[in-house]
Structure formats: structure tokens, C-alpha cells
Design a protein around this ligand. Structure first.
Ligand SMILES: NC(=O)c1ccc[n+]([C@@H]2O[C@H](COP(=O)([O-])OP(=O)(O)OC[C@H]3O[C@@H](n4cnc5c(N)ncnc54)[C@H](OP(=O)(O)O)[C@@H]3O)[C@@H](O)[C@H]2O)c1
Length: 330
């Protein structure tokens, strides 16, 4: 097998494509031949030692992947060789094979494309848990999605539409805004045309008939968070998803009081661990929606696995629209 090895987490340049012995699965493990692996934002952070999870060195990055089970560990009964699975295990995906925890492998129903499967779990699970569970989004409400052309953002557009909401997608370029319209958004806001303490609030007002969005989905953070929170509707819910812009914003708490609004934390990974049955039910709903053609990952492009460093550079410079997926030949 081959894999991108991180021996020193000082950045993407330090990753090396190495030949490694193909391992045999132990108890609770399966050997997966990886067909596709997608990039999520944490993949960028983990190789720079900037992510909350710090795997022991050396490790193979690649949080999320899909492929075919080639061998199962002695006590694994729910998976068998030849079965197609998707897995979000945090590491291991950027290679030709990996040992995956069997408990984290989702058997894929017939008709589930492996590239889509590799780009599915993190983004759709996060966005469903955020909008439907934590945000209690109702039909007819208006959602403002920030970073809407990114991985979780495009999934949030589709899920909010499924829930019957009106979606305003905010992104940093005309191209990205167009992609959001193609993904189902009702209106867009190009925030690169606005300043945080200037015209942004007026633009949000105009797009919401002066009322403000009922729900804000924010995977970006940074300087726009406060003016957007100031713009939220009465009884609004501001969903804290992530901080792709870098700085973690602070908010004066009186803003929540003035709007009867809620600041709602979203941590899908812990939700999945703490409430596994609710998470499994949610994943089933999402798989059904996919098979019925109601949701589908928005792909920027697929790249051969050996071009991982280029893929990382695209993500790091905000050039990705939707999801980037690395694929192995064959
Ligand atoms: N809470 C949870 O459970 C959970 C789960 C999954 C992901 N997340 C978090 O959600 C965030 C987005 O993840 P993702 O996989 O969707 O990433 P992504 O595909 O790279 O999208 C991030 C978006 O953020 C915007 N952005 C603004 N400033 C940026 C900067 N300096 N660098 C990069 N992007 C910037 C970009 O859109 P514009 O150019 O349009 O601004 C980009 O499309 C990350 O912080 C991730 O850790 C949280």
C-alpha cells in the first residue's frame, strides 16, 4: 500500500507519499481499499498541528473516505470483504488502504456513488444536526448561510431547502455566489462587496424585508460574526459551526437579550459519540434523501491521490467551491 505520511506536523510540504506494509486488521478493525477521500477543513489544520485532535506521529491524514472492505478483524460480524463502506475516522484516508475502526464504517446501500460517499458524512451530518436539531429550523423561515460555497455550506443550503426554508447564501465572490444559486439558494450575498461595520447589515436587511434571518449558519467566524448577529431576527438562532477565517469572534451578550435570540453551539462529532442512536437515525434520513435524489454533494473536482498537496493548497487559498475529492485509480 501507499499513503501520505505526516511524520512532522509542520505543514503540507512535509507530507511524503510512502510505500508501507499492508496491515492486517486486528479486533474491531477492517482493512479498506480506499477509492475516494474528501478534504475537510480539519484535514488542513491537523497536518499543521493546529487541530484539537493531535494523533500520535507518524500518521496518515484524511478524515473521511469511501472504499471496499478487503479483510475483517477476528470479531467483526457486521461487515464482510467486498462490501462498500464510507468512514469518518479522523485520519487514514489519504492513501490506497487503511485500517478503519469497524464501528465507524457505514455500509453503503446499492446506488451510493463512492465519490459522493467520501464527501457526504461530515458535511451533511453537521448541517442536518445544526439546522434541524440544534436550530429547529421551520418551513418558511429564512436562513443565512455564511461560507455557503464551502463543504458544510453547500450541504447546509440543500438541507435548509429540504426543510422548506428560504436560503440566503453568503460567499466571497460572484463565482461562489453562482454556485450557491445552482445548489438551490434563493438569494446570495457577496460579502467581499461589504465591510463588517458598513454596508453588510443594510444588505442583510434588504434581503430579509427588514426582519433579519431567523437562523444563521456560521462556519466562518471572523469579522462578520458580530454584524450578522446584530442583524438576526427576533427569536433568531445563531449556529456556531466553525472558524474558517481564523479569529474566534466575541459578542456582547446584550445583543442576545435585545433580540430574544440564541447563540447555539454545534459539535457534530461529539453529538455522534454521545447520542449514537439519534445520529444513526439522522444518517438514515440523509442516505434516503441522497438515494431519492434530494441531496447530492457539490463537487469542485476530483484529483488523483498523488496530487494531495495541490488540493491542500487550493483549500488553504479559498479556491475550492463545494468539495474536493482525491481518488485512487481503478
Ligand atoms: N461544528 C462542527 O461540528 C463542524 C463540523 C464540520 C466542520 N466544521 C467547521 O466548519 C468550517 C468549514 O469547514 P468546511 O470543510 O466546509 O471548509 P471549506 O470547504 O474550506 O469552507 C470554508 C469556507 O470558509 C470561508 N473562509 C473564510 N475565510 C477563510 C479563510 N481564511 N480560509 C479558508 N476559508 C475561509 C470560505 O468561503 P468564502 O471564500 O466564500 O468566504 C470557504 O468556502 C471549519 O472551520 C470546520 O472546522 C465544524
Amino acid at each position: 500500500m501507499h499513503a501520505w505520511l505526516c511524520e512532522n506536523p509542520v505543514g503540507v510540504e512535509a507530507l511524503a507519499w510512502k510505500e508501507l506494509p499492508t496491515p492486517q486488521p486486528g479486533p474491531g478493525q477492517v482493512l479498506v481499499e480506499i477509492k475516494a477521500a474528501s478534504l475537510n477543513f480539519p484535514d488542513l489544520l491537523i497536518v499543521q498541528n493546529k487541530y484539537q485532535m493531535k494523533p500520535p506521529l507518524p500518521f496518515v491524514p484524511g478524515s473521511e473516505y469511501a472504499g471496499v472492505v478487503r479483510a475483517v478483524g477476528p470479531d467483526v460480524t457486521h461487515l464482510q470483504a467486498g462490501q462498500a463502506v464510507a468512514c469518518l475516522s479522523g485520519t487514514g484516508g489519504f492513501g490506497t488502504h487503511t485500517l478503519a475502526p469497524a464501528a465507524l464504517c457505514l455500509p453503503l446501500p446499492a446506488g451510493f456513488d463512492l465519490v459522493d460517499a467520501a464527501a457526504f458524512i461530515m458535511t451533511y451530518a453537521t448541517s442536518y444536526h445544526a439546522l434541524i436539531d440544534r436550530g429547529a429550523l421551520q418551513p418558511g423561515e429564512t436562513v443565512l448561510v455564511l461560507g455557503a460555497a464551502g463543504g458544510v455550506g453547500t450541504a447546509a443550503i440543500q438541507i435548509a431547502k429540504q426543510a422548506g426554508a428560504r436560503v440566503i447564501a453568503a460567499a466571497s465572490s460572484a463565482d461562489k455566489c453562482q454556485l450557491c444559486l445552482d445548489a438551490g439558494a434563493d438569494a446570495t450575498l457577496n460579502y467581499s462587496e461589504h465591510t463588517p461595520d458598513g454596508s453588510l447589515r443594510e444588505a442583510i436587511k434588504q434581503l430579509t424585508d427588514g426582519k433579519g434571518p431567523d437562523v444563521v449558519y456560521d462556519p466562518v467566524g471572523g469579522a462578520f460574526a458580530e454584524p450578522v448577529f446584530r442583524s438576526i431576527a427576533w427569536r433568531g438562532r445563531y449556529l456556531v459551526i466553525g472558524f474558517a477565517a481564523g479569529p474566534i469572534p466575541s459578542l456582547p451578550l446584550n445583543l442576545a437579550l435585545l433580540k430574544g435570540a440564541s447563540l447555539v453551539g454545534v459539535f457534530w462529532g461529539d453529538f455522534a459519540k454521545r447520542e449514537p442512536q439519534a445520529n444513526a437515525a439522522m444518517m438514515q434520513t440523509l442516505a434516503q434523501w441522497y438515494l431519492q435524489g434530494q441531496i447530492k454533494p457539490v463537487l469542485d473536482q476530483t484529483l488523483p491521490m498523488h496530487e494531495l498537496q495541490r488540493a491542500y493548497a487550493l483549500m488553504g487559498s479559498r479556491q475550492v467551491k463545494g468539495k474536493l475529492v482525491m481518488v485512487n485509480p481503478g
